[in-house]
Design a protein around this ligand. Sequence first.
Ligand code: AHR
Length: 559
Amino acid sequence: MMRRREFIRHSIVGGGALWFGRYSPFASASGTSASESRIEVLLGETLGTISPNIYGHFAENLSGVVYDGIWVGEKSTVPNVHGIRKELIDEMRKIKAPVVRFPGGCFADSYDWRDGIGPRDHRPRRTNFWSGGENAAGPASRKYDPNEFGTNEFVNFCRLTGAEPYLAANVRSLPAEEFDRWVEYCNSPAGSTTLADMRGAGGSAEPFNVHYWGVGNESWGCGGNFTPQEYAVEFRRYTTWVPGYGQTLSFIASGPSDDGWDWTRGFLEEIIRKGPGQLRAIYGLALHYYTWNLSRGRTTDWNQGKGDALNFDAVDWYELLRQGNQLESLVDGHWQVMGEFDRERAIKLVVDEWGPWYRPGSEMTPMDQLEQTPTLRDAVFSGMTLDIFNRNPEKVAMANCAQLINCLNSLYLAHEDKFCVTPVGHVFSMYAAHQGGQAVRTVFLVPEISYDRDGKPATLWGLMGSASLHDKQLVLTVVNPHVSEARETEIGFRGGAVKAAMVTTLANSDIRAHNTFEQRDLVTPQSKALEPTTVERNGRQLTYLFPPASVTKLVFALA
Ligand code: AHR
């Protein structure tokens, strides 16, 4: 076991260097500490409100996501509410799903919203953006979009689940006028316009009041292949004088992927060429970050570099987490670049696509393009990612896990009458408790994990997490990425005291464990009350053993 003097490399989250001087992890009353790992929750240091929207979702019209996943149709034998899968609605309500982004992704810049309105049996069939990747033996609707699930159905889905709609508009292949018209269709008052009447004929006389509007998607690539300067010009044009109908329209600009600093800088530089007031049109800048390269440095090829979703070893596990963790420095980096232009800090980051992306082969439903089966590894990855967002509430206003169902890092898998919640879905249910809370600075002083990366030493942080305050309650989430070792940890509370906690744990002895249609509950969270005596020193400290390969939520009452 690592000794204290080897405790040189440690993880400090959020300005911990300063903190270290003030509160040494060993500065306990007796001057000694039983554990080598310590978490300090600084109850007096709030970082901002955690936007519920960072727990958002993404549903693209891609293979089995919409058709089969969400939409089963009103005549289906699968239990449904107005055509929408009932079990999905029930589960999304449980996790307090705040917002859903639709219809893409790359699909968005090929989509004509007019195809998805009016009587369903009159809607046109169109070639889906993703048709080229569909299996010839797959359902025809995957290649040729029947448009049964359009704007009314999507907004109805949002209403049933309690989420807000976030529509991504087409900039590549529809004119700006069509953007105005889609807003008019959604938001113009009942009976006011021809489009409002058409909306009413579709079942919703009252406006949808859609606030979040994406202006294109990945405009540097599938969304038009623009330079950042060209896109900025389009963005200004598409967002100027869009009718508001008394609503605030929050425009989300297509942003960078990964460390595309040039995109962020080039876009904002061009935006303010017409004056800094132009920045006010932007609510958020979208950042996309997929974790996909498990080749351990052997290649940067998109296809060759991917790993397997189900068959992986401990090194693959650590590599995925290490790479996924880089999202925090990307958030910091883009935030810094944004600050060069946006001195008032009006523009936030919207991480509207994130998650691991593996090579094909683990689909629960054969022929579901881009579908993968999430394991415990993806649950730990997702906990880690949500903790990153929690720790950066002033920077990240929204995030959307890619994607909701039957796709990449899905919360749910479904086919016909079969359905299961994945380990990722369970993490969203555990972390829902953070929504709307005040993030509090939490410092992790934990020995790193060392592992052998094909003959070369590599390291990963030992524990990571986040905390939030809710009136008289404190929520602390922690992931232990060690594949086989539990981590005994002292948790100290500064600036307040706590009473005994409820603990919820997601773990399994098999790091590849996952749920299936047949074994739906192999990986599920377990909750229990902690003994009141667990909390020592008048509510200032407890020692907790975090199981290996786990996600833990501790909920304390404040004393
Ligand atoms: O989520 C799948 C695809 O990944 C999206 O359509 C696109 O935006 C991204 O490249």
